[in-house]
Ligand binder design. Sequence first.
Ligand code: FAD
Length: 341
Amino acid sequence: MSFYMPRVVVIGGGVIGCAIAERLSLERHHVTLLERDQLGGRASGAAAGELSPLSGTAQAEAQAQKSLKMFPDLIERIEKDSAMNVEYHVQRGLLAAFTQDEAADLQANGGRWLDADESRKAEPALTSDIVGASLLEHAHLTPPRFVRALARAAVAHGAEIHEGMPASGFDITGREIARVVTPSASFDADWVVIAAGPWSGEVAAGAGVSIDVRPQRGQLAALDPSGLILTHSIFWASGYLVPKGDGTIIAGGTEEDSGFDDRPTAEGIASLLELAKRLVPSLAGAALQRVWAGLRPVTPDGQPIVATVGLPNLIIATGHHRKGILLAPLAATTVSSIINR
Ligand SMILES: Cc1cc2nc3c(=O)[nH]c(=O)nc-3n(C[C@H](O)[C@H](O)[C@H](O)COP(=O)(O)OP(=O)(O)OC[C@H]3O[C@@H](n4cnc5c(N)ncnc54)[C@H](O)[C@@H]3O)c2cc1C
């Protein structure tokens, strides 16, 4: 006996679209993923790769923790199915406090508290200006590899992936999308998932559906610290320093309203270098290796949208803001549960 498995067209080959394609193809759905440019070519390839559940609200933190727990199994599976290494590591981080108020907030959130001396003993390069730091366990990976591995694993499970193929319209029959149209081909669909990052609103508008998602620019700088070794990621307010496996330290990340302009700017990079020097003064002598930027998808309330919207067979999966890499496994299982219910 054979069961009919739905044909799912996923629009967008960032981390969210690729995680959804991997999950659905593993479940034997017929998956076609359409990417306008190249896989991971936008925010998903630009991200720092931090998997830190720290968040502004308890609800967001619970979601982030849930997704973080999915990583070990997911990484094991996609590394096997893609024959790639995504450089996933569990690591310790320090959440620095410069004032007693910041320290009180961090101590109220639990985690092991280190006073200034203990913090500097853990990470000797850390500035002596801090009053202390909270120790946390988190993980990180290399985002462009993660996106590629998800896509390769999806293909290994039978998914079709087309790069350089933008979704340009929809054929709608009754109240459902019957086909996704591109300039060179069209694809029959039982379900359509729009995971086009900050372009999701523009794509959904083609199906007559309105969603409110906008781009927010984030900039990063990679520093070559010439001999300095950090053994922890260091977080403070909205910025961070992340030591990577290649010996560089990534300083991130600005939050700017710049429309769809994803070029790094003098002012943005200057603010990151200030942050780096403030946290680790000896980084003043580091060589600036690379700067880049990406556009995070953001909704008005800052929360992701992963739900059917407007049409019964249209799922929107976007708005993952600063945590799209971390939240990708959760987005994929949520889409799967909508389609399988
Ligand atoms: C500087 C920076 C640092 C970050 N660091 C982290 C981090 O450390 N940890 C973390 O968890 N998150 C981080 N993020 C956030 C994370 O990168 C995003 O939340 C995530 O990448 C969003 O993924 P996405 O797939 O929704 O969007 P995108 O990566 O933007 O992918 C959407 C894709 O859709 C494609 N597309 C658009 N229109 C169409 C169309 N018509 N047809 C077909 N395809 C289309 C685009 O070309 C694009 O490839 C960071 C973001 C930035 C900018």
